[in-house]
Design a protein around this ligand. Structure first.
Ligand SMILES: [Fe+2]
Length: 166
């Protein structure tokens, strides 16, 4: 009989159910944060003000488009692990660790600072999930997380360089 994994009986990853469940627990928090960030980056895209309006208006669009692709990758990885991705804003806000902001004006240096802080939070979370993944043979999730670390590290460097003269 086929070995069962998470709630489903089809799990292409071949991980033990408890291994998959631990990884998915972390991935769902990551997915929640990505969804919150997707909205928050739109907030900044619309409401940034000041001399940094044009670069940050453009940059935030580049970032939320990248985040949109990443959240789809993460949700589909959770499915390939035989589990279900969280799929409601209620669930995302319940387990996410990124704070939303109200829709109002935000000066460009503040926007850059908050993006750096939020990406720092994402990086710590991704590294934590990666340490769990490294105890298993799950190379696909490890690859996904490695790409995510590169993305957040690079964007933090760029935003910090921008903020220096902002
Ligand atoms: Fe736009």
């Amino acid at each position: 009989m086929k070995e069962k994994c998470c709630p489903q009986d089809f799990c292409p990853s071949g991980l033990k159910p408890e291994q998959a469940a631990r990884i998915v627990e972390g991935l769902n928090i990551y997915l929640a944060n990505l969804n919150i960030l997707y909205i928050k980056l739109h907030n900044f895209h619309w409401n940034v003000i000041g001399t940094g309006f044009f670069p940050l208006h453009e940059k935030t669009q580049e970032l939320y488009e990248a985040i949109a692709e990443e959240l789809d990758e993460v949700a589909e990885r959770i499915r390939a692990l035989g589990c279900f991705p969280l799929a409601s804003m209620r669930d995302y806000l319940a387990i996410g660790t990124i704070c939303e902001l109200p829709g109002e004006e935000y000066p460009s240096p503040f926007v850059a600072k908050v993006i750096i802080e939020d990406f720092c939070t994402m990086l710590s979370l991704v590294r934590r999930i990666d340490s769990i993944v490294k105890e298993t043979p799950d190379q696909c999730t490890a690859g996904l997380l490695a790409d995510a670390m590169c993305f957040f590290e690079k964007q933090m460097w760029m935003m910090d360089a921008y903020l220096t003269r902002c």
